[in-house]
Design a protein around this ligand. Structure first.
Ligand code: FNR
Length: 380
């Protein structure tokens, strides 16, 4: 109610409460280059559009007279109690949005009690982000490198910095065809902006013929050559189990058979995601893949979801389709670009306030009772 009360006294929020307006505002403020990289997706954008359409097509069927006076948004995810079914998705190179980059976003997540998932392609070293977060819940996302020593080193640094859950992104063995990057020649990775994590890693540095400052181009090329590995297969997962003793979640799973393989390999969870439409143009919408994955492995794995979530009702729909919790991508990145840490906090608070109201107005006092019966699919 804070926002309404402020409204009565004439105080208008610094950022809009309609989070779908943030992209346009950020573009006005920061220009088309950085926003082109964030907003851009694979091919002609059909997957990103399909993500939105698949959520919009599902409609909530509210129930009445169910005592929603007191509500509790908390859930347990991978054995950890969370205040709400939400985490911030791993997004690389946040320095293109704000000078405080990952540290500001991580502090915002910590202040709101939401887990922050740090990208291995971050512009801030793992240790520095950990320091910004105190003892708040943090997860680490790995781009699974060709170089075993780099993987070992990243996993060791993350573990020693208090990161609990490992999120391994499978859908990016190569960077996809992304016209907005190609047309603008605005690939921040190639400008070295997003590689600070690598450029501070001892195993990565050991692979260089000359120090980074003497030959930055060679360092960037080295990074591009080893950041991921299109040769990996399911048996390789054993390496991760050996080097990480906490929960492991595979991100980018869309096929129910892949979800079954993840469970067979002893993984703890999957993120049903198409990388926000940035990898396979023409891919299945993430929200269409979600119920099939949840049906296949919901009793064996923790099923998380991202790609296209913009509003509180999207979050509700994702839970109804079988997700335990949701990762938020672009909206918090725009919040960061517009107003640093307070901007990210604004986005988290608006999303959760809207989710809370959606729950209540739909007849639920918490996430636990939300299920497939709460939705219909619009034929239109
Ligand atoms: C991403 N994403 C991503 N994922 C990941 O595992 N590691 C990464 O470094 C990145 N980097 C990244 C950069 C940018 C600019 C974007 C927009 C996305 C994907 C991200 O984690 C998530 O899957 C999507 O952002 C979710 O979709 P929405 O919410 O942005 O539609």
């Amino acid at each position: 109610y804070e926002i309404y009360l402020n409204g009565m006294t004439g105080a208008v929020p610094r950022l809009p409460t309609d989070l779908t307006r943030l992209e346009e505002l950020t573009e006005q403020r920061l220009g088309p280059g950085p926003v082109g990289y964030v907003a851009g997706s694979a091919g002609n954008g059909s997957t990103a559009r399909a993500n939105r359409a698949a959520l919009e097509r599902r409609r909530i069927v509210p129930r009445m007279l169910r005592d929603v006076h007191e509500r509790d948004l908390s859930v347990e995810v991978l054995g950890r109690p969370l205040p709400a079914p939400l985490a911030l998705a791993p997004v690389g190179v946040l320095s293109i949005m704000h000078p405080e980059a990952e540290s500001a976003a991580a502090r915002a997540a910590a202040a709101q009690g939401v887990p922050f998932i740090l990208s291995s392609a971050s512009s801030t070293p793992i240790e520095q982000v950990a320091e910004a977060m105190g003892d708040a819940e943090r997860w680490f996302q790995l781009y699974w490198s060709k170089d075993r020593e780099v993987n070992r080193s990243f996993l060791r640094r993350a573990r020693e910095s208090g990161f609990t859950v490992l999120v391994v992104t499978l859908d990016t063995p190569l960077l996809a065809w992304r016209p907005r990057d190609l047309d603008q020649a605005y690939l921040p990775f190639l400008h070295g902006v997003g590689t600070a994590n690598y450029f501070t890693d001892p195993a990565f540095l050991a692979g260089l013929a000359k120090p980074v400052h003497e030959d930055p181009n060679a360092a960037v090329l080295h990074f591009v050559g080893l950041f991921a590995d299109p040769g990996k297969t399911w048996p390789d997962l054993a390496f991760l189990r050996e080097h990480w003793d906490g929960p492991i979640v595979l991100k980018g799973v869309l096929h129910p058979d892949d979800a079954r393989l993840a469970a067979d390999a002893g993984m703890d969870g999957v993120v049903v995601s198409n990388h926000g439409g940035r990898q396979v143009a023409g891919s299945v919408a993430a929200a269409d893949a979600l119920p099939r994955v949840a049906q296949a492995v919901g009793d064996r794995l923790t099923v998380l979801f991202d790609s296209g979530v913009r509003t509180g009702d999207d979050l509700f729909k994702a839970l109804a389709l079988g997700a335990r919790a949701v990762l938020l991508g672009r909206p918090y990145v725009y919040g960061l670009g517009l107003d640093g840490q307070p901007g990210v906090e604004h986005v988290i608070r608006c999303l959760l306030a809207e989710f809370d109201l959606t729950l209540a107005l739909s007849g639920h006092a918490g996430p636990g009772s939300v299920g497939p019966a709460d939705l219909v699919e619009d034929a239109g």
